[in-house]
Write a protein that binds this ligand. Structure first.
Ligand code: GAP
Length: 509
């Protein structure tokens, strides 16, 4: 097991042990790629949502929120292209009976070649030290060049096969690259078939003529179909945005990596409607704005990278992914897409209703273009916890696991801890807790030694512990302990709320 895998396993175990995430219906052995958020997970998730909603809706006067239904008219998904094209190519191994995404098998093969290249580069960098010229090495080393050539040869066939849905070419590539099933080790594959990722169900009883409806695979369409409702009732002028947080459902073939790829998940999406011709400018704006949002949490810059799409979806004229360095490597956390007038145009065509904007400045009507920002709430959750999970060796030789969750997102903000369960300290602690609970989510704990209670709070990421001791009874001061530094200071009890509010605030100083 490599270091990343080991760390990932520990994070998953920690999430379960401390009430962040449980497998769904665990007493029935769980349900694949579906998870429940526990008492601390639900709080952290709400705080991430709140952080996103405030920065999108509250801090931008031209962005408003929406909460559309999960069920939508089935024609929505015809117009959006999901009925015909929201497919993944799947392949089965006849020996292990395991199912894979054909494109993922090929991408994994390419990733192995890339890993070989990176290993060569790292070895050479060590050997040559300060004089190492990585660019020159990559361009001239025969082994690196041979692997780059192999990757290029694969991509020349892989990219058009994916774009054009040529399933036979994907199968041929898998066979020629001698890709084996990771479980059975055999190369006994079925043909590649298309698999639509939407879940469907029936609405109404059979005698009424039940109709097929889908569980939405993205929240965006709820925004598009309400474009005119919001524009008219909110008297919105371009450019303006509509933001939404909600559940989405995809019947993922390969559901793995914990909450990274789930079958039921949540998205935080914003569609920004702009005048045609200005979409590239706004695309650049949102790319930078979204990176700023991530970095404002204090997560190191090197944990993120921008991946430009070389091949664009048919409806987009620009697209990037913001990738995060998860414990299993860099993977997409958020997509920013310039979607042109594809969606509004398609809904106009299929519904027969005009979805246009009358521009009072030019006296003309046109279909707005759209720049979309779309982030997976669960992936953001995973980014926050995987960055926060820290195993520390302390000066006294003991160890602690601390979740360095950004204080504004931490599930519990304050733990009130009377030093002892006697001499009136619990009563004093309760009094403080009862005042603070109106400002923050707090916990009160008076069982066990104070050191153990600190460790428990560290493990769930509580940024501040307030200790009540005998001096509190004399002068009404308390100690406030900061989670990461473990530094303690004495402050008047009546200042706790003010001090903590200031420290966890996102308000520009
Ligand atoms: N409306 C555009 C859209 O849905 P997407 O790239 O398919 O684009 C957007 O999804 C984001 O939703 C991704 O960046 C990812 O964070 C999240 N996401 C997508 N599929 C997911 C899944 N199966 N499990 C968890 N998050 C997912």
């Amino acid at each position: 097991m490599n270091k990343g895998e080991d760390r990932f396993k520990k994070i998953i175990a920690h999430c379960k042990e401390y009430g962040f995430i449980f497998p769904s219906s665990e007493i029935y052995d769980g349900l694949s790629a579906v998870y429940d958020y526990g008492q601390n997970g639900a709080e952290l998730k709400n705080n991430i949502k709140d952080y996103w909603w405030r920065s999108m809706v509250q801090y931008h006067e031209n962005i408003v929120g929406l909460d559309a239904a999960i069920f939508m008219h089935p024609t929505v998904w015809k117009a959006s292209g999901h009925v015909d094209a929201f497919n993944d190519p799947l392949i089965d191994n006849k020996d292990s009976k395991k199912r894979y995404r054909a494109d993922v098998l090929i991408e994994d093969h390419i990733a192995k070649l890339e890993e070989k290249i990176n290993k060569e580069v790292q070895k050479a960098a060590k050997r040559f030290g300060d004089t190492f010229d990585e660019k020159m090495f990559r361009e001239t080393n025969p082994r690196v060049q041979a692997n780059i050539q192999k990757i290029n040869d694969i991509n020349v066939r892989f990219v058009p096969a994916m774009e054009n849905g040529h399933l036979n070419d994907l199968k041929a590539l898998i066979e020629e690259l001698e890709i084996a099933c990771p479980v059975s080790g055999s190369r006994n594959w079925t043909d590649v078939r298309q698999f639509n990722l939407m879940f469907s169900t029936k609405m109404g009883s059979a005698s009424d003529g039940a109709s097929l409806v889908y569980l939405r695979p993205e929240t965006a369409q709820g925004i598009f179909v309400n474009y005119l409702n919001v524009q008219k009732t909110g008297r919105m002028k371009l450019p303006f945005g509509i933001a939404q947080i909600g559940k989405a459902f995809r019947n993922e073939i390969v559901a793995r990596q914990f909450i990274f790829r789930m079958r039921e998940f949540e998205q935080m999406e914003m569609q920004y409607f702009v005048k045609p011709g200005l979409e590239k400018e706004w695309f650049e704006y949102w790319k930078e704005e979204r990176m700023r949002w991530h970095l404002a949490l204090g997560i190191p810059k090197e944990m993120f990278r921008i991946h430009d799409h070389d091949k664009l979806a048919h409806y987009a004229n620009a697209a990037v992914d913001i990738e995060f360095d998860f414990p299993f490597g860099f993977k997409e956390i958020e997509g920013i897409h310039s979607r042109t007038d594809f969606d509004l145009g398609a809904h106009q065509k299929f519904s027969g209703k005009k979805l246009q904007y009358f521009d009072p400045d030019t006296n003309e009507s046109y279909t707005p273009y759209v720049v979309e920002t779309s982030i997976g709430l669960d992936r953001m959750f995973l980014a926050v916890i995987s960055c926060a999970f820290t195993e520390e060796k302390l000066e006294d030789g003991s160890e602690r696991v601390v979740m360095n969750i950004p204080p504004a997102l931490a599930p519990t903000k304050i733990a009130v801890l009377p030093l002892m369960k006697k001499d009136g300290l619990p009563e004093k602690g309760r009094e403080l807790f009862d005042r603070l609970k109106y400002d923050f989510l707090c916990q009160y704990e008076d069982k066990d030694a104070i050191g153990r209670r600190y460790r428990r709070q560290d493990a769930i990421g509580t940024p501040y512990c307030i200790t009540i001791d005998h001096q509190t009874l004399e002068d009404n001061t308390v100690t406030i302990r900061e989670r990461d530094s473990m530094q303690q200071e004495r402050i008047p009890a009546e200042n706790v709320s003010k001090v903590v509010s200031a420290r966890i605030s996102f308000k520009p100083k």
